[in-house]
Design a protein around this ligand. Sequence first.
Ligand code: GLA
Length: 731
Amino acid sequence: MQISFSKKTRTFRLDTENSTYAMMIGPSGELRHLYYGASIAAGDDLTSFALRRDRAFSPYPEGLTSNDSLNIAALEYSAFGSGDFRNTAFRLRKENGTPVTSTVYKSHTIRKGKEPLPGLPASFAPAKTCETLEIVMEDSFSGVRIVLRYSVFDDSDVIARSVKVVNRTANPVRIEKLMSAQLDFDSMDRDMIYLQGKWARERQAARIALHPGMQGFRSARGSTGHQYNPGVVFADRSASERSGEAFGMLLLYSGSYTVEVEADEYESVRAMIGINEETFAWNLAKGEEFDSPETLLVFSGNGLGALSAQYHAFLMNHVIRSPWKHVRRPVLVNNWEATYFDFDDKKIYALAKCASSLGIEMLVLDDGWFGKRNDDRTSLGDWFVNTGKLGDLGKLVKKINRLGMKFGLWFEPEMISEESELYRKHPDWVLSVPGMRRSLGRSQMVLDMSRKEVVDYLFETIAGLLRSANIEYIKWDMNRNLTEIHSALLPPEQQGETAHRYVLGVYELHERLLNEFPNLLIEGCSGGGGRFDAGMLYYVPQIWCSDDTDAIERISIQLGTSLFYPSSTMGAHVSVCPNHQTGRTVSFRFRGDVALAGTFGYELDITSLGTAEQEQIREQIRRYHQFNDLIREGTFHRITEAFGQSDVAAWCWVSADRKEVLVTAVRKNDSPCSQAPVCRLRIPGLDPQRIYRMENSSFAMHGSTLMNAGINVSDDLRGSAVSVLYHLKAG
Ligand code: GLA
């Protein structure tokens, strides 16, 4: 890992173990992008890559030629209104009303270490293991500074980027757009891969060819949303799991974001990721600074599998802070699908008692324990125990603890019901535009998290409960999107800040709770997996993947999620059949094998199960304890292509020393003659020389055979909704 600057060629180079990123200061002071890809030799003069020939009368900066036109250049962070007609990275409205900006290089620093971003999630590393480049660009008209930050790490190919705006002028400046990162590519001959979905069908991997014009996706929901995820990959058309070039951009942010991609008339492509400008504007007073969220770039020369592995390792080592990240999480039972709102302390205790006898380690009490909440129409915001239903919560927790079980509790902190004490007291704490009709979602409204007193109230109430009883886990839900984004407290010229301030408020509440309760295990959730992003993972080590627990549906949800996120972050449970979302019935074993690929638990009324299924729970928990260290810490590989969309899907985890591998293979559907006579799975990531033996079997093969010829799974995958695990060890 190294960052360098050549005075002679005015070129910056960022080198990670397997990639090089290069840019130079161009003829009019602009920052030109030269190269991003596989590592190239140090010392070569790369400036010729900046050369562009104009034949289309493009505008150019005074004193230069049309070959220097910004509109045909590959740029690092393009400015609005001064010769680049493509979609640009930022827009500042200045005192004279102009949004036209022309930024030129001013100075730079290269330093060991990396600073945190105030109020925002950001990657971290010990100072001696990373380096940061800061390039200061200045708007030649106003003197406003744009600081471009790049960090590289000695154990990763990730490059972390963010942008800071510094108002050194005497007047306020309005930031109307501020992307976190821009990547200009010379060619459009690539596919765009991204995660797309909906409620109960989150993060399905989509792959489309880039085409001329604007493309991309976004959220304007105030949070990440179920529909898309704030990450994108650009890969060779022929790139597969194990070959081809792939470039990733992953945003650390949990609010409205945008991925903007434009293929221009020269078939060059500009890709940008950052806060969605539709719900964003920020007034920067004299002397103030504003930080964009961070983006993680990755280049892989070895296909999508290696790109995912880079993201997984980086998120584990440099983004997730929770002390739980390297710890086997307690196997839990959640009462939601077991009881919905219909429970009391006796029912919950009975569930806990049965759970403890089966080896389950934590009882999570879901929605309905507070205020007067017996359905989803009331009481959000009233975070005090419904004693009529539960009696004394402290006593119940103690009784559950005495069974040897931990206790967890559900909250939906950001929400408020009209039918609540909180609303009666503080109607102005709701996001709404005065004089306009409000929108409801699941009968509820959204608290204005941009207000300090709202965050204070939530902290005191939630912390009060955590202090009052031994609550070791919380499920932090968020069950509707933001509408009428307007704060009763902010002046008109600052209303554009509300959505981002909301996200900052959510992050602050997390931070404050974790400061007081550093060992608290928080599981993120949002109507299932509606806020599964790398920003959240800075605060929580796991996120509920989806309200869809149907094991067939979960395959493509979990494999799609694995494009960016590690197995240890995916909340996955076994639930009842017929499944509550799909009505489908599959075997208990199949459900267990699929849920094993994430954090593990149960979401059904275990008290009503027969002895055979209860016995299977014991066996599944035994396997969870046997395999979870490997699943959590090993390198994850998708064995089959297509992210679980086809009938046979398989994945595996390989230990760091490559001596152990766990393979899961599933077949979703069988129909006559749909199966090829042979189904072979080639297992990646092994040591070719070693001999791998299967547990309780005479099976033994060299790594080279398993990697190249594979395992024939035809016999084991007969039928529909069937699964098999292969556990192999090398001596
Ligand atoms: C959301 C969550 C569920 C459950 C309910 C409770 O839908 O995703 O798991 O907690 O809310 O209302």
